[in-house]
Design a protein around this ligand. Structure first.
Ligand code: PLP
Length: 453
């Protein structure tokens, strides 16, 4: 029997899944008791599970299905590419048409002189590339001691050794011997949780200036780069105060530090411009992209690199780094078709000026809900912080995380996928959402919050 075309009933699938499939970021024993919810198909914003439930996916999978599910033309492009050239590598002076076409397209789309693309299979390994690339760059400039990379607490940059080390997630650092050497962290611009008596503007400046203090402590000649997401995503959709990014940019410019913008979530329209760097007027030397690059239809990630870094590395001989699937032809063809759809359907405009303002109005009204201390939104990424005491911006200290789990359960019961990060509930829906979709999402979200009270 081909289990994909003719599968057994849900309970049996769940048992096989628990017996043989190790899930990422999941307690296996607990899953074995509950059984996974098994998704069978999807169209637009809606998932269908093996029990026939229709579920509104307000997380676009894992923040990645930017154009929504079910575009036939992408399947056609993938099938055509698989028939013509399913695989060839880009090592050792070979190339192929899809990788050339995608590289040209990304160089056109990316801001400034980010004209050179190094491919990976996703965001984590693209960030591994960045670690090696910036250190190799400074070595090629005659400064091999410039190798420390500064990141932020509660950042997420992936799950590989380097990606998780760049990330500032304590539960990840607690497993597997992290972080690796020469990666250090400064505070995050999370005013709601950590700003105390300061105004958001004061706090944004204070947190940015931690970068300058860290550079002074380590010595400018030791620091290679600063990496950050324009908006922290997996950390809970933490939208920085307006003062934060201009100050970070000033500090990087003043101290000869490369700036890496991790656009894995923010890239390709999510913040209302094509890249989060454009929303915040950031001028990175390298952007990490993945997720929305193919809308999850095929695995692909990349580092988009500025002229100075790419040309210096090109002059320095072999860059001894690369992945078997760097520039995979099927993924590149899929990414190109995805970008065509994103542009032709004007999805970034939908986020910026059509559905986006309506979602913002509705989302910000959640701040009036008795359980909500803060409602933040930029484009199609948004969060609310749940609190037992609005005035004090207090977390649910004793059972931190539990309230989020409870709320997520109520969302699930209402056929809505929202994610929780501690006490925060977050959304990052596909970019083709309409006003009617917003109404449906908000109805279900408010029901889940009411039940959580
Ligand atoms: N960087 C950011 C900002 C992310 O949000 C993620 C994934 O969520 C990654 C990197 C890792 O990407 P991947 O899971 O494709 O390896």
């Amino acid at each position: 029997m081909n289990m994909i075309t003719n599968h057994p009933p849900t309970a049996e699938l769940q048992a096989i899944d628990a017996a043989h499939h190790m899930h990422p970021f999941t307690a296996g024993a607990e899953l074995a008791q509950k059984g996974a919810r098994i998704i069978k198909s999807a169209k637009g914003l809606t998932l269908t599970d093996t029990e026939g439930h229709q579920i509104l996916d307000a997380m676009a999978g894992l923040w990645c299905v930017n154009i929504g599910y079910g575009w036939d033309s992408i399947a056609d492009v993938a099938a055509r590419q698989m028939k013509e050239l399913p695989y060839y590598n880009t090592f050792f002076q070979t190339s192929h048409v899809p990788v050339i076409a995608l590289s040209q397209k990304l160089a056109e789309m990316a801001p400034g002189d980010l004209n050179h693309v190094f491919y990976a299979s996703g965001g984590s390994d693209a960030n591994d590339t960045n670690v090696r690339l910036v250190r190799h760059y400074w070595a090629a400039k005659g400064k091999p001691e410039k190798k420390v990379i500064i990141s932020r607490e509660n950042a997420y940059h992936g799950s590989t050794m380097a990606g998780a080390s760049l990330g500032g997630m304590q539960p990840m650092h607690a497993q597997g011997g992290l972080p690796i050497a020469d990666i250090v962290h400064i505070g995050q611009p999370n005013w709601y949780a950590e700003g105390g008596e300061m105004t958001p503007e004061e706090f944004g400046l204070a947190r940015a200036r931690e970068l300058e203090a860290k550079i002074a402590e380590l010595g400018e000649d030791k620091v290679a780069a600063f990496i950050a997401e324009p908006i922290q995503g997996a950390g809970g959709v933490i939208i920085p105060p307006a003062t934060y990014w201009p100050e970070i940019q000033r500090i990087c410019d003043a101290h000869e530090i490369l700036l890496i913008a991790d656009e894995v979530i923010c890239g390709f329209g999510r913040t209302g411009k094509m890249f989060g760097s454009e929303t915040y007027d950031i001028r990175p030397h390298i952007m990490t992209v993945a997720k929305g690059l193919s809308s999850g239809y095929a695995p692909i990630g990349a580092s988009i690199v500025c002229d100075e870094v790419a040309n210096t590395v090109a002059e320095a001989g072999d860059f001894n780094h690369g992945y078997t699937y760097s520039g995979h032809p099927v993924s590149c063809a899929v990414a190109l078709e995805n970008l065509r759809i994103l542009e032709e359907e004007q999805m970034v405009e939908n986020v910026a000026s059509v559905t986006g303002p309506y979602l913002k109005e509705k989302w910000e009204q959640l701040a009036d809900h008795p359980l909500i201390g803060e409602a933040q939104i930029q484009g199609f990424m948004a969060s609310v912080a749940m609190t037992p005491d609005k005035a004090a911006r207090a977390p649910f200290a004793a059972d931190k995380g539990t309230v989020g789990l409870i709320c997520r359960g109520h969302c699930f019961d209402n056929n809505l996928i929202m994610r929780h990060v501690g006490d925060r509930m977050i959304i990052a829906p596909p970019l083709l959402m309409t006003r009617a979709d917003v109404d449906s999402l908000m109805d279900r979200a408010v029901k889940a919050l009411d039940l959580t009270l």
